[in-house]
Every structure is written in C-alpha cells, then in structure tokens.
Ligand binder design. Structure first.
Ligand code: FAD
Ligand code: MLT
Ligand code: ZN
Length: 556
C-alpha cells in the first residue's frame, strides 16, 4: 500500500556539501574503565600468556600450566585452545638487547613496563602477552636488520601497527619481540594526476585521510579505528570497512608493497602501476596475511578524487526483509553514487544510545526493528539530490522504510555515523563481548542472529550490525561477564552454521590467534596445506607472528 504521508514523515531533506565526515578519534583506552585497566596491569604475569578480561579482573583465576595457555579461558569463554610456547624459540637476553640498541639507538629499544603493557594488550583487552621488548625501527633497513638477527637467533616477532585488531593478532602470545611500525610514518609521494599515494606502513589512517583531503582526494578505505590504525596494519589485515561497497577491497586498491621477509630480505614490490602482468603478483600474499609472512614497510595505493556532494541518510525499516529490498533498490536507483550501506538492529541501536556519550536517535518516536545508514557520494549536487530524494520517497511509498532523516549539515552526518561506528566501543562499555565477523549470503544473514537469540534466550544480548552492502555481518553477543557456558552455546555453532551456509568465519578482521585453529570452517585442507607451504618457504623458522593465522598443527 502506498504511504500517502511519506513526504511528511521524511524529516530532513537537505544536502550537505562536503567530502567525508569527521569521526571522533578512536580512543586507545576506552574511558570509564580505568580501574580495570589498573587491575589488568597488576595481572601482568611474566613467562606465561594469560587472557585477561578488561572487564573481569577474575582473570587471575585462569588456569594455566607451564608454557600452556588456555585461550579464551574462564572469563573469556572457552572454546578454548591450548597453545604451547614453541620451545625452538630462544629467550631474549641482554646481548640481544644490546644488539638492537646498536641498530636502533637506545631510545627505540623499549623495555619500559607501562609501554610494554600497552604493546602486550589488544584493543579488546582480551589477549595479553608478556613480551619484554618493543622495537621501533625508523627505516626499512632497520626492519631488515632486526629480522635478520631474530631469524638467526630464532627469536619470535610480532609486527604491530595501531593495535586495533580484534582477533588477538597484534599482540604477543608469550614473549615475542614486538616490532612496532609507528615510527615509520612518512608520506613519501603523492601523484595528483594518477591519485597514487606512496607512504610508510606506520602512517595512521586518519592522517592519510587528512593529507588526501587537503589534496582533493580520499582514501578508498575508512573504518571506525581510523584514529589509531595504520595503513600497514590495514593492508596486513586486508581491512574492509565502510567504503568497500564503493571502492572495493585493498587487493584492488593497493598497487605496490615493500615488505621485509623473516630472513631480512627486502622485497621491493612498491610499484605505482595500474597494470603489471609480469609473473606472480606477490604483493597479494602480504595483503591479509596478518604479519605472518613479512613486515610491510611501505605501501602504494590508488586513491579516488574527492567529490563535492556527500549525503548521509539514517533510515528505519520494520524488518530485515525490508533492509534487503532497500539494498537492492539502492544499488539500482542510486547506482554509482552509493558509497555506504550499513545496518544495525534495534539491540545495537539501544546499546549505542545507552552506552555512548553524545549518541542521539534521529528518529526518536519509537525504537524501530532495523536501521540503515546510506551514504551517497557524487559530483553533481542537484542531480545527486534528485536521485536520492526519488529513491527515499519511492522507498517510503513501497513501505521499505518506515521513517528516515537526511543529514543537513556535517554535524548531523557525523552524528548518524557515530551511531554505526560507535557500536564496537558501546559493546566494550556494556560488559563482556563475544565478537564474530562473518560473510554470509545477505538473504540468510540475519537468520543467524535470530537463531543465536533463541539459543541464548535471556542470558545474553545478541546484537547484529555490519556492512550489509558487502554481505558482512558483525554478530556480537554481549553479557555482563564472560561465561564458559555462554561460549559453549555460541561455539562451535556459529562456525558450523556459517560453514553450512557457505560463508566465511572472517569477513574482514582476520583469523589472528582467535580463529587460527578454525580456518578449516572456511578453507579446504588442500588450501591450508598450500598456505602452510608458503609460510614455510617465506619464514622457515616460523618466527613471524607465531600461533596466528594457521593452525598450530600444520606449522609444528
Ligand atoms: P594491528 O592491530 O596492529 O595489527 C593487525 C594485524 O596486522 C596483526 O596480525 C599484526 O601483526 C599485523 N600487522 C600490523 N602492521 C603490520 C605491518 N606493517 N606489517 C605486517 N603485519 C602487520 N576492521 C575492518 O576490517 N573493518 C572495520 O570496519 C573495522 N572497524 C573497526 C572499528 C574499531 C572501533 C576497531 C577497534 C577495530 C576495527 N577494525 C575493523 C579492526 C582493525 O581496526 C583493523 O583490522 C585494522 O586494519 C588493524 O590495523 P592496525 O594498524 O591497528 O593493526
Ligand atoms: C565495524 O564494522 O564496526 C568493525 O568491523 C568493528 C566490529 O565489528 O565491531
Ligand atoms: Zn566491520
């Protein structure tokens, strides 16, 4: 039935003239949890790897045995994996430290307790290592010297970017040496004709975005962690984010990489060509390999020009089927100007409104079942406006959307984005989080959320949001505390369900430590065997990010 009042219901129809939207910087330490942070510091145990819940200082009751570690244990839940420290790895000694000081200078060889605690602990406060050494090289040659030495000494290494990873990949499991790329943060060149940027791996994504903005360009990648994550980390995780729908994955946008192999060999693949079919395109091995094959030191990336007309709409849908139809319509009617299509369910919306300072519902009459954030980016203000208005009115007439608001200035656009980008932080503030990042065919995606809800009943808040336009569901289960019983109801069910529906158990966050042993849910044994051979070829001593990405069984 046609909704004749649709014009009245559509709240704000004013275009905004700008490119991009400012986001609050990602706080490296979520506020309001300082007491737990102190507790976490007290729980730092040397020589063992413990999973410490930020929210549950009960972590000290974790069961560990010498060199044995329960991953996701007790407070974190326990589809637990026992990881043993690889006895082949050497233990760091004073001579090693002196050697590194000789390469880097004493101030870039960090043994300070506070800095080590930060480097040892992931963003979710879920994984915690006990590394005694953080190295901060400033050049590719220094990275090469470090790795050559570590390989010779058989010292395990964790490459670290902004440490915003969500799967325990960016922190040591035991006493691995942390090699941070933070001091390699120079923009090397930018070609305004081609839009090709070359920069060092430690550039923070938000700084690149600002630099490009001043040049009249944008990054093809945008994500909530932009204030802290680094381009090297983005490439190493093949980060997806909020613009993949429009600009595609980093496999398409990254034109070249410089990477250092475990033995110190520098692979110069830092091409700035759109087309280059000379042999195997090895850079792709490093995109998404999560620091397990080499350390990315430089990146060249193709960036699109900044377009003058950007619109952000925040819409309500009565059910998931309407969200899907709206996506279909948006693709058809908005076509080339569609630049983001994100969704959140009412549980996610509630969570953000209750836990995130400054979050405000632009459609406050009552809580709707689903919300969709649509962004368009184009070059012609009036035709973009016409297109979007026609799409929104048509969607209201077809009852695909029940309410909606269109940002009329940059602040409104930011406040709409906050509702979507603020969900991970709101979840952290709400308590314990079981986080899953799944690719699932769009039509089946939300069934998993509903099934999970009926499995867990009132014991947990099951939250669904994500990059609907990419078929990427972020399924999060929020509870006051971690509980083994809850985890055993979630896993392996969530992986089995995803595998049965031909999905992927990691759409964009990677496997890290959390899912290294779950890889077979998404990859065949033959494929994993080839991956293992590549790992052995490039890193025969397995010093690079051990215990991550590939199953322990295949690497021993
Ligand atoms: P880190 O966390 O430091 O490291 C991640 C992995 O890459 C580790 O395995 C590490 O060893 C390796 N690594 C880092 N730098 C290098 C290097 N130079 N060479 C080799 N290996 C390296 N992810 C998405 O895909 N999409 C999102 O929308 C998204 N949103 C997020 C929102 C929030 C609030 C948060 C906290 C995280 C989000 N993430 C998202 C996850 C995370 O931000 C991304 O995975 C990001 O790309 C990690 O970059 P980083 O620099 O923080 O890397
Ligand atoms: C997001 O899209 O918000 C990120 O991938 C982080 C998350 O899944 O929580
Ligand atoms: Zn995401």
């Amino acid at each position: 039935m046609v909704n004749r009042n649709c014009r009245a219901t559509l709240r704000l129809l004013t275009l905004i003239n700008r490119q991009g939207h400012p986001h609050p910087p990602l706080s490296s330490s979520p506020s309001g949890i300082d007491a737990c942070w102190k507790q976490l510091q007290r729980n730092n145990v040397h020589g063992e790897h413990k999973i410490v819940s930020f929210f549950s200082p009960l972590a000290s009751s974790l069961k560990t045995r010498q060199w044995g570690v329960k991953i996701q244990s007790r407070c974190y839940g326990s589809a637990s994996v026992l990881v043993q420290r690889n006895p082949k790895f050497s233990k760091l000694n004073d001579e090693d430290v002196r050697y590194f000081e000789g390469i880097l200078g004493a101030k870039n060889v960090i043994q300070d307790d506070e800095k080590l605690i930060t480097a040892n602990t992931d963003w979710m406060r879920k994984y915690k290592g006990s590394s005694k050494l953080l190295l901060q090289p400033r050049t590719t040659d220094q990275v090469s010297e470090i790795l050559k030495y570590c390989n010779f000494r058989c010292l395990a290494v964790v490459p670290q970017g902004g440490n915003t990873g969500l799967v325990g990949g960016s922190v040591p499991v035991f006493d691995e040496v942390v090699v941070s790329l933070s001091a390699m943060s120079k923009i090397i060149s930018f070609d305004k004709v081609s839009g090709i940027l070359v920069c060092e791996a430690g550039c923070i994504l938000e700084n690149i975005i600002s630099f490009l903005d001043s040049e009249g360009f944008i990054m093809p990648l945008d994500l909530g962690a932009k204030g802290s994550c680094q381009i090297g980390g983005n490439v190493s995780t093949n980060a997806g984010g909020l613009r993949l729908l429009r600009y595609g994955s980093l496999h398409g946008n990254v034109l070249g990489i410089e990477a250092v192999l475990a033995d110190g060999t520098v692979l110069d693949m830092l091409k700035t060509l759109r087309k280059d079919n000379t042999g195997y395109d090895l850079k792709h091995l490093f995109i998404g390999s999560e620091g397990s094959l080499g350390i990315v030191t430089k990146v060249s990336i193709l960036t699109p020009p900044k377009l003058s007309s950007v619109n952000v709409a925040f819409l309500a849908c009565k059910d998931y089927s309407s969200c899907q139809k709206l996506l279909q319509e948006a693709r058809r009617k908005l076509g080339e100007i569609l630049s983001a299509f994100e969704f959140l369910d009412s549980n996610a919306m509630n969570l953000v409104l209750n836990h995130l300072e400054g979050a405000r519902n632009p459609l406050p009459t009552s809580l709707h079942n689903f919300y969709v954030l649509i962004e368009t980016t184009g070059s012609d203000e009036s035709s973009d406006k016409q297109k979007l208005e026609a799409f929104l009115l048509g969607s209201m007439e077809n009852e695909l959307i029940s309410d909606g608001a269109l940002a009329q200035d940059i602040n409104q656009a930011s406040s709409f984005w906050l509702l979507r980008e603020g969900i991970p932080e709101a979840l952290m503030r709400a308590g314990a989080v079981y986080k899953y990042d799944l690719s699932i065919p769009v039509e089946k995606m939300y069934n998993l959320v509903e099934e999970m809800r009926s499995r867990l009943g009132n014991d947990a808040n099951v939250v669904g949001y994500g990059h609907l336009g990419d078929g990427n569901l972020h399924l999060n289960v929020s509870t006051p505390q971690y509980d083994d019983k809850i985890l055993s109801q979630i896993e392996p069910f969530v992986y089995e369900w995803t595998s049965k529906h031909h999905g992927s158990i990691s759409a964009e966050h990677g496997l890290g430590l959390m899912k290294a042993n779950k890889i077979f849910y998404s990859k065949s044994p033959e494929t994993v065997k080839v991956m293992t051979s590549i790992k052995k070829l490039l890193d025969p001593n397995h010093i690079l990010n051990p215990y991550k990405v590939l199953p322990c069984s295949s690497i021993s």
